[in-house]
Ligand binder design. Structure first.
Ligand SMILES: [Zn+2]
Length: 119
């Protein structure tokens, strides 16, 4: 698990954040009066409009991915069994299958990941 911004390894028990499915360490996200900011390429604090999810640690994140996986699976089953699906439903099903596979892969990677010692 690495921060998308500073590329630092996020430790197992470290708090971190997820924005648009990308992970950021606590140093790169500043929490200020219940609003979220991140440091942009010029080193300036910029406000984030996207949804920010925060996790206490890696296990917390794994748990959340498992919940997501279950929702994707339920959705997939629901839309797979539809008779005469609309084009929207077909594309939604394809999207769900894609997310399901991505989440599965990510979960496996996280669970297999060994803690690296910070040099
Ligand atoms: Zn960082």
């Amino acid at each position: 698990m690495r921060c998308q911004y500073c590329e630092r390894e996020i430790k197992k028990d470290e708090e971190f954040y997820e924005i648009s499915e990308k992970l950021y360490c606590h140093n790169c996200i500043k929490e200020h009066e219940m609003e979220y900011y991140k440091i942009d390429n010029n080193g300036e604090l910029v406000h984030i409009d996207e949804v920010v999810l925060s996790y206490n640690n890696k296990d917390d994140y794994i748990l959340s991915l498992k919940v997501r996986l279950r929702i994707f699976k339920e959705d997939k089953e629901k839309y797979e069994n539809k008779n005469n699906p609309t084009p929207w439903e077909e594309s939604y099903l394809r999207y769900r299958i894609k997310k399901l596979e991505e989440t599965k892969k990510l979960l496996e990677e996280l669970q297999n990941e060994k803690e690296k010692v910070d040099g």
